[in-house]
Design a protein around this ligand. Sequence first.
Ligand code: SF4
Length: 365
Amino acid sequence: MTLHADDLVEAGLIDRGRLDEIRRVAQSFAVALTDHVAGLIDRDDPQDPIAAQFVPRAAELDSAPEERADPIGDDAWSPVAGIVHRHRDRVLFKPTLLCPVYCRFCFRREMVGQKGAVLRGAALDRAFAYIRENRDIWEVIVTGGDPFLLSPRRVREIVSALGAIPHVAVIRFHTRVPAVDPGRLSAALVAALATEKAVYVVVHANHPRELTPAMRQAVLRLLRAGIPVLSQSVLLRGVNDDPAVLEALFRGLVAMRVKPYYLHHADLARGTAHFRTSVETGQRLVRDLRAGASGLCQPTYVLDIPGGFGKVPIAASAIAQSAEGDGWVVEDGAGRRHAYLAPGVEIAREGAGGAVARAPSEPVA
Ligand code: SF4
């Protein structure tokens, strides 16, 4: 069952006194959460990190000057409905703008959950025709909304239409379903993904408490069908801006055989300032993660440049040119600095600031 704004009091997720506030938020942004998510929320904890992601707050009605309706510039790069073509070799394909839950920080929050948000008939044909006619498109990222909200029959139609386009080599689905409604990822839905082409699934999860046994089973169904599973997470104040939480999240995903792919810096969506950390905080958290956890647990920390200029990695660089101009200074996970000399530099030296240079043949400590 899906819970909407007026159901939240009955479900014990908000006090009746907050209902007006929630209704006002719901006039601007879609509100829904699943029974599964409601069951993960600790009602005794006013700071519960699961509730923070899905239960609306009055703070969403405040807009910061830097925030935008379309923070990553989807509209500017949309040649036909349902397609975003920002990069030469890949497109986003959005067959639906509906989701099983509406995340309070969503970067597409002013598009998702609208009536008529499913691409059908001639509009769907035009989207497929665009992909067919543009031979540089090597990868189609099926996103939304949440494409796994569609029926297995519709997912099968999409996979078979894309699979039949010779230049499309990779079909990548982005979904929140395994974390928020794992039972929906049925055997029939997994079977609908079958094609000769490479299919990847990227699951969205932000807190270790989302990694339930039911999610593990959903992921296993994908893995047993030979589908590689990656994850994306959003760095969110009050949810996962804590080194121990991030480490538990990424260790938990890897232990489920899910490779953490992206950690997104929260986008400038309207009414989401209360979720955004500073970039410096994100860089510190990512440095701590690198120092403390296996390389498998390291997603790329990225920022989508506002306006639609693409994602860029924004973790602090561990390497800088040496002041002497004879190579590089590299910082290890514990913050110690080491020399990495340019080819041909042979004279050992004690460098400033603790950097120690060695001949290129020597191992760096
Ligand atoms: S599931 Fe994805 S698209 Fe839907 S509301 Fe959450 S972040 Fe936005």
